[in-house]
Design a protein around this ligand. Sequence first.
Ligand SMILES: O=C(CO)COP(=O)(O)O
Length: 120
Amino acid sequence: MARIGLVAHDDKKDELVAWAKLNRDKLALHELWGTGTSGGRVTDGTGLPVTRLLSGPLGGDAQLGAMIAEGRLDALIFFQDPLTAMPHDVDIKSLTRLATLYNILLAPNHRTADAVLSVL
Ligand SMILES: O=C(CO)COP(=O)(O)O
């Protein structure tokens, strides 16, 4: 069982839910964590239990970053929106920096997320 973080920017939330629905059976084998809104959307769309943290901009990204630093997350599925400026860009950079630093699996889009699930 892997511990997977699920996050999506607003314009990518529908895509995350659609991906989670397609991969429901595989995701059901793992422990799922998510930022507030993203986690709730995945639960609503799949019925899978997702432990919801704070909303990303309100500290949820920082909570996931701390989990990564403490060795409590194995993979981060983070559907990012490269076309929209975010007010909490510093939080996003911190989270992705920590995922890179601690060498965990990081998927910024659905094709990479497919590859991540295939190795978990
Ligand atoms: O903005 C986000 C990550 O940077 C996502 O946060 P929410 O899932 O709470 O909308």
